[in-house]
Design a protein around this ligand. Structure first.
Ligand code: PLP
Length: 387
């Protein structure tokens, strides 16, 4: 065992909403596409056909996970690109109106801010204190020129699952297209795009134990969409650029494994998450849970009287990886827009921590991490003297 291996062994990774460890079965599956079947998927000879077959197989596996046809899957570089692609692809330059929720990921919120500068009208739907969007409030924002409603399936910070089937149904009643960012939901909860009335769905491989830098956009058949990238016309002209075959194949395999293992995987993750929540809530004072924790691995907490960022640093010294808010917000000094949107007071806002469990976490790890979080909060509050 190398020094790095033994260091990694001690690490307790509880930031699976930021990214996940690649499943070794996925990595194995990807390897032949680097040095053996390395052809361009558009080439007309054997290694090219092998690469094309891998892309087609990955499409089938991705489609099976969300209940669509394989020709409705467009591979992209990840969730950010899929989100950008649908927003820019539906809205005509400088024309039209879009409705999004206040707790979308920056991949949506920053894109609509840019679109606004280009002349698109944007309405932001508020959420309640659990992070839920109201279908009636959304409906009230509809205008004659509304082209798209985009509401995420599950929130990346507080784990709230939005009523997408109802939102999609309502959007369709008004003849409006409906997009959902399912980056956090895919592989964690069941998804059926037909039953959920979804026209477009964004997904990202690295959130479900696949490689980084690959994702897909589900585009319902016969739904018009303007490409974001032009070039060689790959992916039925919707996403030009030579396919990243190894990554696509890995993502497909991650989807297949997720479909096969989803139920038991979610149950065990939820069991460990509930154990941790129970311990932190009973052994610490002045702590609250933010959101609904409907995503099995999500636990968003606020500890009164301490800074979430100090807690993250202290836990890092104890080899525990967690984050404040989302990974993107965590880099800066800004408060989480999600926690602000649910109306959290300042005193709770600053002491927030996002813990996200995954399939590799063991009961022993969760037990140790619970001890260490309790210890770190007490240290930061300076109330160890009583113990
Ligand atoms: N949407 C949500 C809800 C996310 O959580 C993330 C990543 O954290 C993204 C989009 C962006 O995905 P990617 O990292 O694949 O660009």
């Amino acid at each position: 065992m190398t020094k790095r291996d033994s260091e990694m062994k001690k690490l307790i990774y509880l930031d699976n909403a930021a990214t996940t460890r690649t499943d070794s079965r996925v990595l194995e599956f990807m390897l032949p596409y680097f040095c053996e079947s390395y052809g361009n998927a558009s080439a007309r000879y054997s290694v090219g056909y092998e690469a094309r077959a891998a892309v087609n197989e990955a499409k089938k596996k991705a489609a099976a996970l969300i209940g669509c046809e394989s020709d409705e899957i467009v591979f992209t570089s990840g969730g950010t690109e899929s989100d950008n692609m649908v927003l820019r692809g539906v809205l005509q330059k400088g024309k039209g109106h879009i409705i999004v929720s206040a707790i979308e990921h920056p991949a949506i919120l920053n894109t609509v801010r840019e679109l606004e500068k280009e002349g698109i009208s944007v309405s932001i739907a508020p959420v309640d204190d659990k992070g839920l969007v109201s279908v009636e409030r959304l409906e009230g924002l509809i205008r004659q020129d509304t082209a798209l409603i985009s509401v995420m399936l599950a929130n990346n910070e507080i784990g709230t699952v939005e009523p997408v089937a109802e939102i999609g149904e309502m959007a369709h009643r008004h003849g409006i297209l409906f997009h959902t960012d399912a980056v956090q939901a895919l592989g964690s909860i069941p998804i059926d795009v037909k039953r959920m009335n979804i026209d477009f769905l964004s997904a990202s491989s690295h959130k479900l134990y696949g490689p980084k830098g690959v994702g897909f956009l589900y585009v319902k058949r016969r739904t018009g969409l303007k490409p974001l990238l032009y070039g060689g016309g790959q992916e039925d002209g919707l996403r030009s650029g030579t396919e990243n075959v190894a990554a696509v194949a890995g993502f497909g395999e991650a989807c297949r494994l997720a479909k096969e293992e989803l139920g038991p995987r979610a149950e065990e993750v939820k069991r460990l998450r509930d154990y941790m929540a129970d311990r932190l809530l009973t052994e610490l004072e002045e702590v609250r849970i933010n959101g609904t924790s409907q995503l099995p691995g999500n636990l968003n907490l606020s500890f009164k009287g301490i800074q979430g960022s100090s807690l993250v640093l202290r836990l890092d010294m104890k080899k525990i990886c967690v984050s404040t808010g989302s990974a993107c917000a965590a880099g800066g000094e800004k408060n989480s827009h999600v926690l602000e949107a649910i109306g959290l007071d300042r005193q709770w806002l600053e002491g927030s921590l996002r813990i996200s469990l995954g399939k590799y976490n063991t009961p022993e790890e969760i037990c140790t991490a619970s001890d260490m979080i309790i210890e770190a909060v007490k240290e930061l509050r300076g109330d160890f003297s009583n113990d």
